[in-house]
Design a protein around this ligand. Sequence first.
Ligand SMILES: [Zn+2]
Ligand SMILES: [Zn+2]
Length: 343
Amino acid sequence: MQLYNTLSAKEREKLIEEAGKDRLTISFYQYAHIGNPKILRNHLFIAWNEMEVLGRIYVAHEGINAQLSVPAENFEIFKAHLDSITFLENVRLNIAIEQDNKSFLKLKVKVREKIVADGLNDNTFDVTNKGIHVGAEQFNELIEDPDTVLVDMRNHYESEIGHFKNAITPDVDTFRDSLDIIEADLAEHKEDKKLVMYCTGGIRCEKASAYYKHKGFKNVYQLEGGIIEYTRQVKANNLENKFLGKNFVFDHRRGERISDDIISNCHQCGKPCDTHVNCANEACHLLFIQCEECAKAMDNCCSTECQEIHALPYEEQKKLRKGKEVSNKIFKKGRSPVLKYKN
Ligand SMILES: [Zn+2]
Ligand SMILES: [Zn+2]
């Protein structure tokens, strides 16, 4: 049985284009006790590969976290398969608002220690003692309450391009960092304030809310299904949208527009812009915000140094990289002194 991708991203891209069929970008997560993540991993890979599902999936003893691209015509089969797995029956699926047939080009199911990199030790507190889940309508009311403190549980590059009105947006690189900052800020108000939190799809708040309850916060709320589900409910029920700008997403699209507001700036010229790109110099790959004019002027690079390297023949570039530690991750932290207008 083949348990790995046989196609390169390029070959897959071509196939998707030729097929011309719609795909859905879907995400879901579930905390559960999984005895043997490796068996689940193989089971999912075989089944989903057959359905031409693509995406990035983490499986761990503590559960599953999945970001997927599913052919629209296979959605029912896919859903039936999920329902056949006891702990995934009727799991809430977050379906992306803006579709992109190429949001993922490979199927990667990985066994990990944790399904979210948060650095929290599970044994220190009860993760099932979560905050109160609220839907979009109740969330809208809650965040207008003067006793509410609204916290964005995402990282700086995510909240930079979009967040809820009046939200505290910690300037952090990981979700772990914001926990302590917020706790210290609100140390005096553990009992009288309402701590309301949100993230992209809800998964980070699952643990953060339990963590804050463990730390003595009495009134902890979390936005059910995160910004993705909020937006769906706002549209479906004609509610007022209180989210400004774009929702950062972890696939090829990088962000989906929720409101017309552009709340961030091009990191190179400072003009209003909320388009994330990765530096075209493969050895750099910095994630940053760049407007079209700057992209042109800088050959899609973050700095003149990267521009020069990017202009070299590919073989030369490879030689330069040799022996150097290269971070080629698409979501490199998005911080660099070369970015003049990074907040
Ligand atoms: Zn610019
Ligand atoms: Zn660069």
